[in-house]
Design a protein around this ligand. Structure first.
Ligand code: DAT
Ligand code: MG
Length: 138
């Protein structure tokens, strides 16, 4: 067993579309535990820290603008290999090609055109998880 914690975000599109409950249900149905949860309206500084690895990329500014367009739900999730497991539940980055059965594949985008409107974030490594949980919860 490798019990881990990860940061999950229901991004502004997911919150605005009323999908928070459906996404939480999938996390719980998989057997993961909700350890902490909060609604956050992140400012630019918080997002710059969270997305530091993407600074300078063409999608960086639109990504930050999108993430400031409304509240996100930040969730501290625990479980066996949950970092990899939630990434698998979420599906690949682009909702158009994300597999059916995944959050991004099933809920996709019914009104957005941009890849950043992909409903959820999940930490991609133990180091990222520790760093990101510190940003959104401390
Ligand atoms: P992920 O969220 O799957 O970990 P990522 O870390 O590579 O993806 O990128 C962070 C977010 O940035 C992603 O959820 C959506 C946005 N993004 C990534 N690549 C993009 C692209 N080519 N065009 C527009 N937005 C992009
Ligand atoms: Mg990422």
């Amino acid at each position: 067993m490798a019990i881990e914690e990860t940061l999950v975000l229901v991004k502004p599109d997911g919150v605005a579309r009323g999908l928070t409950g459906a996404i939480l249900a999938r996390i719980e149905a998989k057997g993961y535990a909700l350890v902490d949860i909060r609604l956050v309206e992140p400012d630019r500084d918080l997002l710059a820290e969270h997305y530091a690895e993407h600074e300078g990329k063409p999608f960086y500014e639109p990504l930050l603008e999108f993430m400031m367009s409304g509240p996100s739900v930040a969730i501290r999730v625990a479980g066996n290999r949950v970092i990899e497991g939630f990434r698998s539940l979420a599906g690949t980055t682009d909702p158009t090609s994300a597999a059916p059965g995944t959050i991004r594949g099933d809920f996709g985008r019914d009104w957005g055109l941009a890849v950043q409107q992909n409903l959820v974030h999940g930490s991609d490594s133990p180091e990222s998880a520790q760093r990101e949980l510190g940003i959104w919860f401390d």
